[in-house]
Design a protein around this ligand. Structure first.
Ligand code: ACO
Length: 334
């Protein structure tokens, strides 16, 4: 028997934070050539929240504090802070260190991970490894301020994204619980990365190589080949969810709840249909938040927890995809 898959983890607390500015499709239609009808029918999104130029780490801290409160845990009991984002305020220091300082988690090691929208799935897998390597209590926060990267003149991408943060407190399960992961990447060319935000450094090396030819123009903000991402996303979610079930020895029917990455309702619906999953088992909150990248899943967990819908023994399948092109899924028995 594969014992490794029974080395599970438990969620002892959840928290989430959405910034106060709620932006409806009609608000975007005031500044762009778009409409509520187009956005809802093509994406399933009605609202999203904007952080209005405030730093990302402040949203992360709010979600972290709420998760600690719900876990009835002091910050000083946390021995590891794992943080996921694609939209940090600083290249360094890492955001986990800023959170550590503000919440006074003086006994915590800190690490940021960046795997775009797959960040929560990748981070869960990493957190499990850390818990079985000797850490006892992990605060895992995902917070995204996508408005920092969004090109508000590009109607095909800017209507999709929002800002927000989610957090969970994780510990080793005391009894055998299932945990299995499947993580993959469909590589992209650095000259044409499909979905990206290129850091624009001011070049200042005094020994610049004049013969080096820069690749074609990357564009200033978030760039996305929407159709390419759409096609990849459906295949990636379907492959990852069925592969992780196969690895675990479960069928789609054995899963109690699916929490997919919330990028576009049509991507979710197509993948769910291909996998034969009953739609009532799939949690969807894209209508309210838009795409908040790696924060989608912990925000979903907090909403489910507050609604009393997370029950001990449930098997949850998380499936995500994002820039990279990264993708993957985790099955976790809670
Ligand atoms: N409002 C009105 N019209 C629009 C808008 C808009 N906001 N955006 C595009 N259009 C127009 C286009 O210009 C085009 O017009 P044309 O036919 O006159 O040329 C028409 O609508 C159709 O455009 P398409 O690109 O074919 O629209 P599509 O149905 O493919 O939807 C979308 C576009 C929503 C971007 C879709 O391709 C998609 O969701 N892709 C995946 C995006 C995604 O998941 N990104 C993030 C993933 S990873 C991460 O989360 C970071």
């Amino acid at each position: 028997m594969n014992q490794e898959k029974f080395r599970g983890i438990k969620i002892t607390g959840t928290g989430s934070y959405s910034p106060p500015l709620k932006v409806a499709n009609s608000d975007l239609a005031d500044i762009l050539d778009t409409s509520d009808e187009w956005i809802i029918s093509r994406t399933g999104i009605k609202n999203r929240y904007y952080n209005e130029g405030r730093p990302n780490y402040l949203m992360a801290v709010k979600a972290a504090e709420l998760a600690l409160k719900s876990a009835e845990t002091n910050a000083s009991d946390i021995d590891y802070i794992l943080f996921s984002t694609s939209t940090p305020d600083f290249i360094y220091p890492i955001t986990a260190c800023l959170i550590q300082n503000v919440i006074h988690a003086e006994n915590a090691a800190c690490l940021d991970i960046s795997s775009a929208c797959t960040g929560f799935v990748a981070g869960l897998d990493m957190a499990r490894g850390l818990l079985y390597s000797g850490y006892n209590k992990i605060l895992f926060v995902a917070s995204e301020c996508l408005t920092q990267h969004t090109d508000f003149t590009d109607r095909a991408s800017c209507v999709l994204f929002g800002d927000g943060a989610g957090a969970v407190v994780l510990e080793r399960a005391e009894t055998e619980k299932i945990f299995t992961s499947y993580l993959r990447v469909k590589g992209v060319s650095p000259d044409k990365p499909v979905l990206y935000y290129k850091v624009e450094y001011e070049f200042n090396c005094p020994f610049e190589d004049k013969t080096y030819k820069k690749p074609a123009e990357y564009g200033k903000r978030l760039q996305m080949d929407g159709k390419e991402v759409y096609k990849f996303a459906v295949e990636a979610m379907t492959e990852a969810a069925s592969a992780v079930c196969g690895k675990t020895g479960l069928t789609a029917d054995d899963i109690d709840l699916y929490i997919p990455h919330q990028a576009n309702i049509r991507i979710i619906q197509t993948a769910v249909k291909a996998l034969g999953i009953p739609p009532e088992k799939v949690y969807i909150n894209i209508e309210e938040h838009g795409n908040i990248s790696s924060a989608c899943m912990p925000v979903a967990l907090d909403e489910l927890s507050k609604a009393g819908k997370l029950k001990a023994g449930m098997k949850i399948c998380f499936a995500g995809f994002g820039a990279g092109l990264t993708y993957g899924a985790v099955i976790m028995e809670i």
